[in-house]
Design a protein around this ligand. Structure first.
Ligand code: NAD
Length: 499
């Protein structure tokens, strides 16, 4: 069986802790590799390497740093098929979806090629007599990223591209479920010209994460994953004096107004609800039709589409809609929640619980499930399911639908489908959720805008990618410089306003 490794100081390094995690092929249920889980000492060694390498990288001019990313983008295109295959084999998503995962990261690398512009400071000429004031954006030093299993290419790139472009060294602790693509990305960065030690990939679990949280040389931490872990990392990282941003779970509502184009809304729900088996933080997991007639029309059109979805391994052809869940535990959890929904009185219109794939009986597949008549108090409404399960909550009015989304503890993404500009404007303005789609079901902002949720979906005050990323991975230094006309003016003993 393949034994994976860490990537430290430009080399593949075997794990020495003696602890490993199994990496599965979710389609077959087989263990295909094992990944080492780093000890506190292994993490410390990676941080020491990063610390030694970082000053020279920070001193490299930003245009040269950006050229590494320019080359990296070309290498991602060159290796796209290889990356997508490795990603699908460990994650289970379809090949087109895996390529989308790489591309959404690549776009952030492209954005970061603009680092020389994004890192420019501010300058006030003549803030006082002979006085200039200017601010610099300087790297933090060493930043770390702790990333989830569901986007093993995109999210690591969202983190390390801006951090490295800004002159930091970066420690990546990817998900132990699908670590191969992050390791491949680090080797591509090296091939693109990144000096050794600037991007370290350290595999691991809680021990490695805690070693990051407590290491005094790490100045900034970016996390993406579930909300309980986000809260833990935010609390412990901040109390250790670090700059921390954590992005957590989601329960994204899509409101369907009576005037919406129903075919368009149904297309959107099928893709956004079931794509990647619902394992997306921007998946739509709650459909909210406004009015009983809208709800009846929606369910009538949606149910046959959900029943017809093609579920198969990523090798199953171009028309596969989604694949298996990532682990047997994830499958068990999702099936348990579907059972709970039935027990608590929701109507299971499409029941995917008994789905089985011939030849892949041990795979972690769950068939598409569609619920109607879900209510606020049910577990399937309150919890993030993270599976191919869409819940329909019928709302009596627009205000009722708006209130529902606003009252939910999560606030990552949401969407409204309508032909009415007034309703759409009101929704975008009043909703307390970070990313809003108007007739767009998955409103993931492009690389040059920022990505982040509100409420229990985001902790910290800056978003991911876009200009915020350069603020997060740099600190501002403000310099007040006075060049006196000469010694004739003598000394200054009083703190004076600048007049
Ligand atoms: P997870 O929270 O289980 O794991 C995320 C990371 O935290 C992994 O690297 C993991 O090794 C580490 N981790 C897990 N348990 C830990 C512990 N006890 N202590 C310290 N570290 C720990 O999340 P996941 O299952 O990999 O990913 C799915 C979750 O991520 C979903 O909740 C999804 O909504 C969320 N997500 C959010 C966004 C966003 O931008 N808001 C994006 C993608 C995924």
């Amino acid at each position: 069986m393949e034994e994976l490794y860490h990537f430290i100081d430009g080399k593949r390094v075997k794990g020495t802790s003696g602890r490993f995690a199994d990496v599965f092929n979710p389609a077959t249920g087989e263990v295909q590799a094992r990944v080492p889980l780093a000890s506190t000492e292994e993490m410390a060694a990676a941080v020491a390497g990063a610390r030694a390498a970082q000053p020279a990288w920070a001193a490299t001019n930003p245009q040269r740093r950006a050229r590494v990313l320019m080359k990296f983008v070309g290498l991602l295109h060159r290796d796209m098929d290889k990356l997508a295959e490795a990603l699908s084999r460990e994650h289970g998503k379809t090949i087109p979806d895996a390529k989308g995962d790489v591309i959404r990261g690549l776009e952030v690398a492209e954005f970061c090629i603009g680092a020389p512009h994004l890192l420019k400071g501010e300058f006030t000429d003549g803030a006082g007599p002979g006085i200039d004031m200017y601010s610099l954006r300087q790297p933090i030093g060493i930043a770390a990223g702790i990333t989830p299993f569901n986007f093993p290419a995109m999210i690591p790139m969202w983190k390390f591209c801006p951090a490295i472009a800004a002159g930091n060294a970066f420690i990546l602790k990817p998900s132990e479920r699908d670590p191969s693509v992050p390791l491949m990305l680090a080797e591509l960065m090296q091939e693109a010209g990144l000096p050794d030690g600037i991007l370290q990939v350290v595999n691991g679990d809680k021990e490695a994460v805690d070693a990051i949280l407590d290491h005094e040389d790490i100045g900034a931490i970016g996390f993406v994953g579930s909300t309980p872990i986000a809260e833990y990392i935010y609390g412990r990282g901040c109390s250790n004096g670090k700059r921390v941003q954590c992005f957590g779970g989601a329960k994204n509502h899509m409101i369907i107004m009576p005037d919406a184009d129903m075919d368009q809304a149904v297309d959107a729900l099928v893709g956004a609800g079931y794509g990647a088996a619902g394992e997306r933080c921007m998946a739509i997991s709650v459909a909210v039709p406004v009015g009983q007639d809208t709800a009846d029309r929606l369910i009538e059109k949606l149910a046959p589409r959900v029943e017809a979805l093609k579920i198969a391994p990523y090798t199953g052809g171009d028309d596969v809609d989604f694949g298996p869940l990532v682990t047997a535990e994830a499958k068990k959890r999702v099936l348990g929640l579907v059972d709970r929904g039935v027990e608590q009185g929701a109507k299971l219109v499409v029941d995917g619980r008994n789905f089985s794939m011939q030849g892949y009986e041990n795979g972690f597949f769950v068939g598409a499930c569609l619920f109607d008549n879900v209510t606020r108090d049910m577990d399937i409404y309150r919890q993030e399911i993270f599976g191919p399960v869409l819940s329909t909550v019928r709302a009596d009015s627009y205000e009722d639908a708006l209130g529902l989304a606003m009252d939910h503890e999560y606030g990552n993404g949401t969407a409204i489908f309508t032909r009415d500009g007034d309703a759409a404007r009101d929704f975008a303005s009043r909703i307390n959720i970070g990313m809003v789609g108007i007739n767009v079901p998955i409103p993931v902002p492009l690389a040059y805008h920022t990505f982040g949720g509100w409420k229990k979906s985001g902790f910290g005050d800056l978003n991911q990618h876009g200009p915020d990323a350069f603020r997060f991975y740099t600190r501002t230094k403000t310099v007040t410089a006075r060049w006196p006309s000469g010694i004739k003016d003598g000394g200054e003993f009083h703190f004076k306003p600048m007049d």
